[in-house]
Design a protein around this ligand. Structure first.
Ligand code: IMP
Length: 429
């Protein structure tokens, strides 16, 4: 039993990248299983900051094999840019270390154009997508009209398919959305080049992973986004279009549950959300501004991918209990605990009030959630700076009580605590 799955427990941006980076030290393979370049992971190693969108942060270890699963949607231009960016900084991102599943779907320029056009059409009901073409690419996958990475094995034939696909989508872009047509010939030529670049990275990921698991290697599965952005289990329609929860790992990577040893849920010590949709513990006052930060620090609450300010609020234990249930969490990693220093008191939502009724379980219907008011428990805050703490005992008693309360409210042990962006700023329990 050698697979560990890391999932986000909130609305993404929980700090999965740094947790994966930390756990990757003990892994032979790190596999990303969902989403595309809508995600953004920031990892700080030796004071150097790496912002990754597609490639698992395990790439920053010298001997780890990194994998992109079939459940992903990949923009080839972005993947190539990320490979080149890492290579320039001396990180080996060659095909011997990085594999792209033949089953992953590709994001084409028309997906991005359609994402924007559909958001525009939604008007006030816009979802606040990252406009990276994610939803339209997954829609094509489900409609069995997508282009898969495996097609890049034959660049000539692939370019023909791209040409045909762009022409077909142009009819929709111009006819339905009144958008300009895309240049099919230019895009086909561009994708021909991408195919030549990426073909050496293609692999049968399920075969590769199962062979290695059978050989005793350790697999770390890196989720993107979070439980509440999951297409099935999130706050639909304010979700992304992939399976961000635990099942997505098995589907995407093609291995069975018997190998799964641990499911680690990453939770920020407070809650954030980007994009539209209900958010019960949101703070729209100066407390929220304080959690968000000014944007001057790389760890302030502004999107890695879009730079959008994140909506901030208190920790919500109703959400964490839900994430524990949906994912079968065996442990929690609580990140950014240091940010809560300096608050006189800190609050945790323990239940919701829905029209006078007390709800203990998270309601996934967006309309119900929008009418839920958090029922808070208030705990004493702490003023000490936590960023230099390296052991549980070094944390102030009030911070320890906060962590223990999270464990009691969720029934899941907190295994890791993040007290800063650095690899070393992690407390293991
Ligand atoms: P999409 O994934 O671009 O279609 O966006 C759908 C929703 O998911 C929007 O609310 C986005 O802000 C949100 N979202 C997608 N990826 C991330 C992420 O990595 N972190 C946080 N929110 C995300």
């Amino acid at each position: 039993m050698t697979a560990t799955i890391v999932v986000g427990t909130q609305w993404g941006d929980e700090g999965k990248g740094r947790v994966v980076d930390w756990l990757a030290a003990q892994a032979d393979i790190v596999a990303r299983y969902a989403g595309g370049d809508n995600a953004g992971h920031t990892v700080t190693v030796g004071g150097e900051r790496f912002a990754l969108h597609l490639i698992p942060s395990g790439i920053l270890y010298p001997d780890t094999l990194c994998v992109l699963g079939a459940g992903m949607v990949v923009n080839p231009a972005r993947l190539i840019a990320e490979i080149d960016g890492l290579t320039e900084r001396g990180v080996d991102a060659s095909p011997s270390r990085l594999k792209l599943s033949v089953g992953a779907h590709l994001i084409l320029p028309y997906h991005i154009a359609l994402d924007g056009a559909m958001e525009l059409q939604r008007g006030k009901k816009a979802l606040g997508t990252t406009r990276r073409g994610i939803g339209p690419a997954y829609a094509d996958k489900a409609a069995r009209a997508g282009l898969r990475a495996g097609m890049m094995q034959d660049p000539e034939r692939f370019a023909d398919r791209v040409y045909e696909a762009v022409k077909a989508k142009n009819a929709i872009l111009t006819g339905v959305y009144g958008q300009p047509a895309l240049d099919a010939e230019a895009i086909a030529a561009q994708f021909h080049d991408y195919a030549r670049r990426l073909a050496p990275y293609l692999a049968d990921v399920s075969l590769l992973i199962n062979e290695r698991l059978a050989g005793g290697q350790r697999l770390l599965c890196e989720g993107a986004q979070g439980t509440l952005l999951d297409l099935d289990h999130g706050t639909y329609p304010y979700v992304t279009s992939s399976s961000a929860t635990v099942g997505g790992a098995l589907t995407s990577l093609g291995f069975g549950p018997r190998y799964v040893e641990e499911v680690i849920g990453v939770a920020k010590a407070y809650t954030t959300r980007v994009g539209a949709g209900p958010f019960p513990t949101e703070l729209t006052d100066e407390l929220g501004d304080r959690l968000r930060g000014t944007g001057a620090n790389p760890w302030d609450e502004y999107g890695t991918t879009t730079g959008r300010p994140r909506r901030c609020g208190w920790l919500d234990a109703v959400i964490l209990r839900y994430a524990a249930r949906v994912n079968g969490l065996t442990g929690l990693a609580l990140t950014k605990l240091d940010i809560l220093s300096g608050f006189e008191t800190v609050k945790i939502a323990v239940a919701y009030d829905y029209r006078g009724e007390r709800l203990e379980h998270f309601p996934t219907e967006a309309d119900v959630l929008a009418r839920c008011r958090p029922i808070y428990e208030e705990l004493p805050g702490w003023s000490e700076d936590l960023t230099t703490a390296r052991r549980w005992e070094a944390l102030p008693p009030a911070a320890r009580r906060y962590v223990e309360r999270v464990e009691a409210l969720t029934g899941v042990p907190v295994r890791l605590i993040g007290v800063g962006p650095g690899r070393e700023q992690t407390i293991v329990r």
